[in-house]
Design a protein around this ligand. Structure first.
Ligand code: ADP
Length: 248
């Protein structure tokens, strides 16, 4: 593993990183009653980053992800996502923000009563795409990309965990979001399926999407990423840049 602490951080001025950043956390705290989920967390993620948010269970990783897609509000500090200040966002702007973001969860969160095709098509339908032909072509194209085109008519419960997570990746990709957030996307999978999903996320990143992945699995660091944000007990303990892709 080749981790070089803050190498880029020193070369880049803070201003230049801020300019390129699509996600910025500035002294963010999130409290649930007496309990601190995250405390004084500050980082930026650039457009071209594949960022890993690591730390043990309870470190605050999922809270960070939920804050980015506005599944959660913050207690203090500020958060900017693609130029939108989440504290100032109006209710009609929330769907606009969410269209910029695709989200992947550990437990897939597919609708069991809808086919694979239907699960992915839902994103386009919700975004107001009316043309059945356009929906068909886009959905089949992403299903092919994630290697599951032949299961379009299947229902999620008939698929393996790895196949279900491929569907979830397709669902996250189909709206062509700027950012993909993946919260412990490989934690429920066997090592082979986990590697395949991680590779898919790297492919998505290579096509120009900002990718943010949370994981408690430090082995994932060896598979590559450009920026690693390490949390512990809700606090940021380090932020480093990895220059190289170590590959699978
Ligand atoms: P991680 O994803 O790293 O496991 P989380 O972000 O899920 O960590 O949780 C961070 C802390 O916040 C934990 O102590 C957790 O119990 C607490 N927490 C998270 N969500 C809630 C909630 N909805 N209500 C109360 N406490 C919560």
């Amino acid at each position: 593993m080749d981790i070089k602490p803050d190498k880029h951080e020193k070369m880049e001025t803070r201003a230049s990183r801020k300019k390129k950043s699509v996600i910025g956390f500035f002294n963010v705290c999130k409290f649930y009653g007496e309990s601190d989920a995250i405390v004084d967390v500050s980082f930026t993620i650039s457009k071209d980053d594949f960022a890993l948010i690591t730390g043990p269970s309870g470190a605050g990783k999922s809270t960070v992800i939920r804050i980015i897609y506005m599944g959660e509000t913050i207690s203090s500090g500020s958060v900017i996502v693609d130029g939108m200040n989440l504290l100032r966002i109006t209710r009609p702007q929330v769907p606009l923000l969410r269209r910029k973001i695709g989200v992947i969860f550990q437990d897939f969160k597919l609708i069991p009563s809808k086919t694979v095709f239907g699960n992915v098509a839902l994103v386009l339908e919700a975004a107001g795409v009316r043309s059945k032909n356009i929906i068909h072509d886009k959905v089949m194209s992403v299903l092919e990309t994630v290697g599951i085109g032949d299961r379009a008519a299947s229902y999620p419960p008939t698929l393996s965990g790895g196949e279900q997570q491929r569907v979830a990746v397709a669902r996250a990709m189909v709206g062509e979001p700027k950012i993909i957030l993946a919260d412990e996307p490989t934690a429920s999978l066997d090592p082979e399926a986990a590697d395949a999903i991680y590779q898919l996320l790297q492919d998505v990143h290579a096509r120009g999407t900002t990718v943010v992945v949370t994981t408690h699995d430090l082995n994932l660091l060896e598979k590559g990423g450009t920026r690693v944000i390490h949390l512990k007990s809700g606090r940021m303990v380090s932020i480093v840049n990895q220059d190289v892709w170590n590959g699978l």
